[in-house]
Design a protein around this ligand. Structure first.
Ligand SMILES: [Zn+2]
Length: 316
């Protein structure tokens, strides 16, 4: 007991430190904004109407949650932007368009229910809430859609093409991580088919000591990390670099191009889900906790209130 008491404040301090580090570290690429707080809130049913304005198709089997990256905060767009020929291209607006086209394409098929985590580039939602929403509707696939921009020097600045921040395999919820990687690769292959360079999976570990419930190293990026913790397939797809002229002009500057990107995502999502099937909602720290609580309640319910006395109230 004394040990526990001593441990708890230490854990709280570590968590606070982790959050501080994650919010103050200088960034090399825009994607690093995606790290978020270490832990996401528990899933509750009330999250559905609060966050997800997406329309529902009642005849569906697969549930897909699309997450248009970023959005306006403090009067400014929070994603990356790039000025080319006098036009400013904003990641927030582009991701909203891509997600909308993906949703439209999938909804042609009656066996898909598609939700967006938000319905406007003018608003943003914390990353943990986006993932919690996807978990609350038990998404078969949770895809966070982004556009890249490289601010660094050398090879980073010259980067081009598509990539995915996905969970690493070989640790907490390994099978789930493997499924997420497969799904991400299937979508990247579709985008590659449009002519975009495929940079593949970007697997990155927490750099501030964040651990999964089993003590293994957590993923650095929030969306794959939370997805692993919630037991859902989830990852980020980056749709090319705004600051790379060929990516921008060939893939990221017209409505037709956004539609092509959105539909390529949809085709990848369908190809994966038709092959892999529905997600088995994996036991996680959060819902294990719920299960344990439920068990305790059940034990209480079946245990007579008094061993020696007559049946207590409520038994019949
Ligand atoms: Zn982004």
């Amino acid at each position: 007991m004394t040990q526990l008491k001593n441990l708890l404040p230490a854990a709280a301090k570590a968590l606070l430190l982790a959050v501080l580090i994650s919010t103050t570290s200088s960034s090399v690429s825009w994607a690093e904004e995606e790290i978020g707080p270490a832990f996401a809130p528990p899933v509750t049913k009330t999250m559905t109407p609060e966050i997800g304005p997406g329309m529902r198709n009642n005849n569906s089997n697969f549930i897909v949650v699309l997450d248009p990256g970023h959005g306006k905060t403090g009067g400014h767009y929070s994603g990356c932007n790039f000025v080319y020929n006098g036009v400013t291209y904003y990641e927030d607006e582009i991701t909203m368009k891509i997600a909308t086209y993906t949703k439209q394409y999938l909804e042609q098929f009656s066996n898909y229910t598609v939700y967006l985590t938000k319905d406007s580039a003018e608003v943003t939602i914390p990353l943990d809430q986006r993932a919690a929403f996807a978990a609350s509707v038990q998404a078969d696939l949770f895809v966070s859609q982004h556009v890249d921009s490289a601010l660094g020097n050398g090879t980073v600045k010259n980067a081009y093409g598509v990539s995915s921040m996905a969970p690493r395999t070989g640790r907490f919820n390994n099978d789930l991580a493997l499924q997420s990687q497969e799904a991400a690769n299937t979508i990247l292959k579709q985008l590659n088919g449009l002519g975009l360079n495929n940079r593949g999976l970007i697997l990155r570990d927490s750099e501030n000591g964040t651990l999964f419930p089993d003590g293994s190293q957590a993923d650095y990026y929030a969306i794959p990390r939370y997805s692993q913790m919630y037991g859902i397939r989830g990852f980020i797809i980056e749709h090319g670099f705004l600051n790379h002229t060929s990516d921008l002009t060939l893939f990221l500057s017209t409505e037709e191009q956004y539609k092509a990107l959105g539909e390529a995502d949809a085709k990848g999502i369908m190809e994966y889900l038709q092959k892999a099937g529905k997600s088995t909602f994996v036991q996680t720290a959060q819902n294990t906790q719920t299960a344990q609580n439920t068990n305790n309640q059940n034990e209480g319910a079946v245990t007579p209130p008094s061993v020696t006395g007559s049946n207590g109230p409520g038994v019949n």
